[in-house]
Design a protein around this ligand. Sequence first.
Ligand code: MIG
Length: 663
Amino acid sequence: MIRRFVTGTPLDTEAVLHKPEPTDSAVPYFEKTERGFTYRLDKDDVVYGLGENVRGINKRGWVYESCCVDEPNHQEDTKSLYGAHNFLIVSGRERCFGLFLDTPGKVKFDIGYTHYDRMEIIMEDDSFELYVIDADSPDEVVHEFRSVTGRSYIPPKWAFGFGQCRWSYYTADEVREVARQYRENHIPLDMVYLDIDYMERYKDFTVDRKAFPDFEELVAEMKEQGIRLIPIIDAGVKVEEGYDVYEEGVENQYFCKDGDGEDFVVGVWPGKCHFPDMLNDEARRWFGHKYKFLLDKGIEGFWNDMNEPAVFYSEKRLKRIFEQLEKYKTMNLDVNTFFEFRNLVSTVSGNPEDYRSFFHNYKGQKIRHDKVHNLFGYYMTRSASEAFDELVPDKRILMFSRASYIGMHRYGGIWMGDNKSWWSHLLMNLKMLPSLNMCGFLYTGADIGGFGADATQDLLLRWLALGIFMPLMRDHSAAGTRRQEAYAFDDTQSARDIIGLRYRLIPYIYSEYMKAALKDEMYARPLGFVWGDDPIAVHVEDQLMIGESIMIAPVYEQNAAGRVVYLPEEMKLLRFAGTEITEERVLEKGHHYISVGLNEVVIFLRRGHILPLSSRAERVDQIDWENLELHHFADDGAVYELYDDDGVDREVTLEGHIRTLAV
Ligand code: MIG
């Protein structure tokens, strides 16, 4: 049962498509406070949710803030990341319910941080919509919630292949070289991503013809090899006379305005920029249609970046800083003035004051940006997706974003934003997946190997061994860091084998993904969703169920030769090395130490279930879906419903696409 409570005059974010009639009664379970609500947490309550954020699968014991931010250096004490997903599930002895707070401004979720037995929700805006979803289990809460927020984004089938990205593939020849290395080393690959380097001076919808003179040919040549090029699009439009996107935007009033009614000037990649007003219907339509420039060149996928939106500086702040710096020039900087001076410069980026200094035109209404901050990335991605509906109605386009809000899950996936080549971020990748799935974001994954900092061979291999289960599987790194392509380290064989296993798993992964999307379910689930009555399973933070048949328990510690795995029931261990199975063994319910070599992947198969595997392939379109090996843990027989389709048609239904496999 879903109940909807409306307070004040909230803006319609269009996160929820099918809204129940609002209820006048008091919000159940919670006590009203001045700026929000509190809830008494029972000792055994588990709190799931919040999508893209730090810390555990169980969110209890920390404070989080919904506010899309560019935070590449996030650690345990961070409170906000790139997305803002105000959906939670409280699962306890007494009750199980979900909560969605639909408000595009900042929200603070103190989940047993200030007081361990209390959850407090504090909002900036006093207009909001609140949904309370009662159900018997977390799984059902998710299903109910998802059935009102609309179907999750469905990418083309080839987007379940492996992708290589790096910020600093500066030329067409470097892109060719990456492809050559993959093909010559027989490491499967379906995508090479183009970062900002392909653009002319970081201008959206341009190509740097010096570095990429034969862009169209490059696209075609790569596609011959079964590799799609996926360019990045940034939120800021460069201020430059003669640049069509800039000029059209200015002429038609499509950019966000500052307090004086001038186009707001913000510094991002290209230097001075304007933000297209993604909340303005007309501007959004205009911006979305700009993607045609690249679609016409044979491009079939994009990633939207910097759309929190990230702000390096605002022109006004920069001016003020320079003025104030003058006074420090002649000063003897002491303990006070030095920190003042340093603060002045270090708070230049992402300054909250700047987010209060520009405006949107939302359906004719002037709205200050901070009030709708969390919608920007959502509406940018929506802009592209709605344009694709018109421009390419007959095929799916790959699209994922950095910033997001619930509702955006209908228009695209997300990657988990900038991370680091840290073991802790590998584990965070695992925890974030189910939390995002709850919110509707099924097509997601982290930068494998870590974006910032230097990767090592063992980190990359362990991360790949987790990454093969992510719907979005992409290796990505920042300019200036150590190279971390799958062929970059000595042990290319293990990388080839682990990625090779991904391709053997694609029929299962695609099938589980599509069923989850079409049935409003999750693709990856915490163990507590499946074994809610098992107090050990409920608190497992480093294992996941992937689809209906398998459980994973990746190694995420440096130099660990294996790990302890908890089995909530008897399961069958499948050990893969060199993409072949080297061990099959039934294990009892309980804790087990499982050794896992750097070249290995261990999968746990549930009783009564089947894991279909294809033979090896180096690109998605070469996977043989007909001759599948059916691994199973079913003495009395079992069936598996395999979903398959042509992978591009936008009309997707379960009907007509399910094949029943039986053992
Ligand atoms: O501020 O385009 O998260 O994936 O490589 C950095 C350069 C801008 C941030 C993205 C990252 C991308 C990078 N971008």
